[in-house]
Ligand binder design. Structure first.
Ligand SMILES: NC(=O)c1ccc[n+]([C@@H]2O[C@H](COP(=O)([O-])OP(=O)(O)OC[C@H]3O[C@@H](n4cnc5c(N)ncnc54)[C@H](OP(=O)(O)O)[C@@H]3O)[C@@H](O)[C@H]2O)c1
Length: 337
């Protein structure tokens, strides 16, 4: 029988709406390595051991099986619907007029839920690539970011919120220049923004900017995504869990370095959404938020691990004429056109 971590002892983060949500969730992207059944079994196990937040997306191709798990857990009374915080995301091929509603409808049907707790625009442009495609593949129809196009999608998100089908709306993989362009135009401000955050990629400027806007950051790839698809691996990437400072702190706490990445994330104030299909791993990932915090000195030492190592570079979303993946991230402070 897996250890049960009481959800009420897991620390909470407060959204600008006043709602409190868990300081950690479980990721559900099986990458190219874990199938939908393995991921949904992990979700079932995670509910049993006390997870209450799950990060889903239509493009992960497993919402139907995860929905069966939610349905069973709710029917058996293992958890109440209002205790769960379930997120999902509209994929890049569903940004067109009316498409966001259609995408949400499928997600609701697959997840067997009446509402989604937070619905995200997965990427800030409608540049589609087939799931699992090669890292060098490009879609000739891809276009650079446009605030006008993004806002047309966001208006649909706001409408879904008005309809009561999604309780919060959010963005993902944004940059400060893109946020500066769109936040003043939002009728409903995002409650949450997903961004890549791990010790080797701390994104301080973006993190601080988002927090200052009253928006809660969610950190994806919180462990440095050691099992990410091969198309997202480059020779210069640094493995967070092998960095000497992280390994040393892990030794001091008697835990795996992955756990240190998560403690750091929670204490810094982002919501990490680690993925694992292994019970021992996902139990320790949740439990670590409730015991033995990092010291102030260790939190300072974690700052030195930062080395600007973006893992999800997004090169498959580039448009004709773009130089390379850096163009997606507005590194000179302006939106790359
Ligand atoms: N919004 C977006 O665009 C976006 C992008 C990427 C990801 N995400 C979300 O973020 C989630 C997490 O990112 P991710 O899955 O890429 O990476 P991650 O959570 O950083 O890394 C997952 C891997 O870390 C290892 N791990 C987990 N817990 C461990 C532990 N306690 N001890 C040792 N190893 C451990 C496992 O690898 P082993 O099998 O080797 O143990 C696991 O496969 C995704 O599942 C998805 O929900 C969102």
């Amino acid at each position: 029988m897996a250890e049960f971590i009481k959800p009420n002892i897991v620390p909470k983060c407060k959204l600008y709406t006043g709602e409190e949500i868990p300081c950690i969730g479980m990721g559900t992207f099986g990458s190219d390595r874990f199938n939908a059944e393995q991921v949904s079994n992990a979700v079932a196990g995670a509910i049993r051991c006390g997870y209450r937040m799950f990060d889903c997306a239509s493009v992960y191709g497993n919402e139907d099986l995860i929905g069966k798990v939610f349905d069973q857990a709710l029917r058996e009374g293992a958890v109440k619907r209002e205790e769960l915080f379930v997120t999902s995301k509209v994929w890049n091929d569903m940004h067109g007029k009316g498409d966001v509603l259609l995408s949400l409808a499928k997600t609701l049907r697959d997840l067997q839920l009446d509402t989604i707790d937070a619905y995200f625009v997965h990427w800030p442009f409608a540049n589609y690539h087939a799931p699992g495609c090669d890292g060098d593949s490009r879609n000739p129809d891809s276009k650079p970011f446009s605030a006008e196009r993004f806002m047309a999608t966001w208006r649909q998100m706001e409408h879904l919120h008005d309809m009561g089908l999604v309780r919060h709306i959010g963005m993902s993989s944004m940059t400060i220049p893109k946020l500066k362009a769109v936040l003043p135009l939002c009728r409903i401000k995002p409650s949450l923004i997903e961004m890549e955050l791990h010790p080797c990629f701390q994104q301080w400027e973006l993190f601080d900017y988002v927090v200052k806007q009253g928006i809660q950051p969610i950190g994806f790839c919180p462990i440095g995504s050691p099992t990410r698809p091969d198309r997202d691996k480059t020779p210069d990437d640094v493995a967070d869990i092998a960095v000497p400072a992280v390994v040393q702190i892990a030794k001091a706490h008697g835990v795996h370095p992955a756990v240190i990445c998560l403690k750091w994330a929670v204490q810094r104030g982002q919501i990490p959404i680690p993925f694992s299909v292994y019970e021992n791993e996902y139990v320790s990932n949740l439990k670590c938020t409730t015991v033995d915090p990092l010291t102030d000195a260790e939190m300072e030492a974690m700052k030195t691990v930062e080395c600007n190592n973006r893992l999800i570079k997004g090169q498959v979303f580039l448009w004709p004429g773009a130089k390379d993946w850096h163009d997606l991230w507005d590194e000179d402070g302006t939106i790359t056109k």
